[in-house]
Design a protein around this ligand. Sequence first.
Ligand SMILES: [Zn+2]
Ligand SMILES: [Zn+2]
Length: 200
Amino acid sequence: MIFAHDTELALQAAAALVNTSPGASLGRGEALSTVTDLAGFLQTWRWSGGRPPTEADLTEVRALRPRLRKVWHGDDTAIADLVNALLRDGRALPQVVDHDGFGWHIHATRDTAPWPQRMAVEAAMALVDVLRNDAVDRLRTCARDGCDDVFVDLSRNRSRRFCDTTCGNRENVAAYRASWAGSGEPGIVGTPPTPVRRGR
Ligand SMILES: [Zn+2]
Ligand SMILES: [Zn+2]
């Protein structure tokens, strides 16, 4: 594990939130069109407690996405500025809590706070750990052409390049096809050997 479990979950949720944006990847539409979509997102990412999301929450959560996306394109100082702004705007007040068998961890907003505030502050708190661990390079954008989805590289050797298995698999297939086409001979992968010219 690279970060504490709740930090990893919060970072992955923040990336997933950014990736709900329309056009974030290859012609994909808005994934948070309705309040029901937002409720589904919250359920998927196992947010506890709180009240059902409203239209106002939906509007604000959508507006949070471009702010969070900047984290994936910023250097340490830019990320720190953004984290501080998110904590200030969300009036974060860290409290150590233990509920539902998760063990001791930090909540920096009340469970009754509006969803956009909770989501912004939770992402910001997780990003504090990223900065403290000098791990900003783990915040990556998908290497596949035309995909600008973001992800958190939680691999031990910092080797992940694609947003998910779909993009990773497609890229491998494309690379295979390209090498196949280049060889001019079906079934042979790679460049054929150059004929060696011998002297008379
Ligand atoms: Zn909790
Ligand atoms: Zn991708």
